[in-house]
Design a protein around this ligand. Structure first.
Ligand SMILES: [Zn+2]
Length: 416
């Protein structure tokens, strides 16, 4: 019994010696964790640094391809970046816009579509990418696809007015005036401010013109009433109301409406003059036309040369009152006086036939040149249009109020 007793005591002692010290263990684990954490952080920082460096290198490579006019290679590089990186989104919008401006619409579509399809993209960026994609489709003439996207944005996007404003533009491009007016109404209901508030009145007038062509005068009057509600003192709707009145046998009302138009919107004189003359003829009152011209002259709203020019532009000038204006014009304008003076008898009043021959010659000159210019973009047009085909502004074409004898290259350049 006595000999056996130290063994357990010895085992106990050994056990006490080898048991881990909790404090040491704590520090060992703590230090190890710190080391692993530091190592992982350093490794991750190095990974990010290399990734940023690779991305920068790829980005510069894409730019080099662009500068070397290798847009397809550039596109591949930039699309590869889009799949991985939030920071390149702005670059992609700029790139898509650049491709579209250069007419490379397919590439613009690929850039913007890649943003729309990108998983986890911020909804604001997705909406913006969809809007840009719709612009690409418009540029490519794919109106139905643009319309579908914009309707989706108008329903669930963050900026319905922006989508609806573009929708108005698309319907205008398609000459779908009913849909254009409806989109305009929705735009206002959504709190948006239309780019051209007057546009909707023109949409109703376009529809009214179609109704007049179909001789559906009740519908035309209703549409013109809506146009007037949108735009007070609106020359175009007044002209069309005058046309309806004339076609329905009320030339006196037509004359009143036409006279009101030229008093307010002198630039529409060339449109109104033949109508005024027709209304006077229909009313059996030939003096009414001369009276309307006298009204313009007496009130200082027009000079005789302006009336003569508008009449020649309109093609309606075989009228004593107009030829009187032509006579005054050629005697007051030095260029015209020199040219016509070579043929007309000096000191004597030109006859009606001679004035008519001069007016015919002027008409030929006028027809060979642009007669209207857009006050917004400077586009020249040989015919009067309510909407500029260049910048799509409404009612911005104005008559070029002089005959231009200089060759085209010698004239001052038009704005825009
Ligand atoms: Zn224009």
């Amino acid at each position: 019994m006595h000999c056996a007793s130290p063994r357990p005591a010895g085992r106990l002692r050994r056990r006490r010696k080898t048991a881990p010290d909790p404090v040491n263990t704590f520090w060992a684990v703590f230090t190890g964790t710190l080391a692993i954490g530091w190592g992982a952080t350093a490794a991750y920082a190095e990974y990010r640094r290399r990734r940023r460096a690779r991305r920068r290198e790829r980005y510069l490579e894409g730019l080099r391809f662009l500068l070397d006019d290798k847009p397809e290679r550039a596109l591949e590089v930039f699309l590869g970046l889009a799949a991985n990186d939030d920071e390149t989104i702005d670059t992609h919008f700029a790139l898509g816009s650049l491709y579209r401006r250069r007419g490379e619409v397919d590439r613009a579509i690929r850039v913007h579509q890649s943003l729309v399809d990108r998983p986890g993209i911020d909804p604001r960026y997705r909406d913006a990418a969809m809007t840009e994609l719709a612009r690409d489709f418009v540029r490519a003439g794919l109106y139905d696809r643009a319309e579908k996207l914009l309707l989706q944005l108008a329903e669930s996007g963050r900026d319905p007015p922006a989508a609806l404003a573009l929708l108005v533009r698309i319907h205008e491009l398609q000459h779908d005036w009913t849909q254009a007016a409806a989109a305009h109404e929705r735009l206002r209901a959504a709190g948006g401010v239309p780019e051209q508030p007057v546009a909707i009145a023109h949409h109703y007038c376009e529809l009214a013109e179609a109704a007049i062509a179909d001789r559906d005068f009740a519908r035309a009057r209703d549409l013109l009433r809506r146009a007037r509600l949108e735009q007070r003192d609106f020359g175009r709707s007044a002209i069309l109301r005058g046309d309806v009145a004339r076609m329905q046998g009320d030339p006196h009302l037509a004359t009143q409406l036409y006279r009101r138009v030229v008093r307010r919107d002198f630039h529409l004189l060339a449109l109104v003059l033949p109508r005024l003359a027709e209304a006077a003829r229909q009313a059996g009152d030939p003096d009414a036309f001369g009276g309307a011209l006298g009204d313009l002259l007496q009130n200082g709203l027009a000079s005789r040369s302006e009336i003569a020019y508008a009449a020649i532009v309109s093609g309606y000038y075989d009228d004593p009152a107009i030829l009187e204006c032509v006579r005054e014009w050629i005697s007051a304008d030095n260029d015209l006086k020199d040219i016509t003076g070579a043929l007309l008898p000096s000191g004597a009043d030109p006859t009606r036939e001679q004035l008519l021959a001069v007016a015919n010659a002027m008409r030929n000159v006028v027809l060979r040149h642009a007669r209207y210019r857009c006050s917004e973009c400077g586009l020249d047009s040989s015919t009067f249009l309510w909407q500029c085909p260049g910048c799509k502004s409404w009612d911005t074409l104005r008559g070029i109020a002089a005959l231009e004898f200089l060759p085209r290259a010698a004239r001052p350049r038009a704005r825009g």
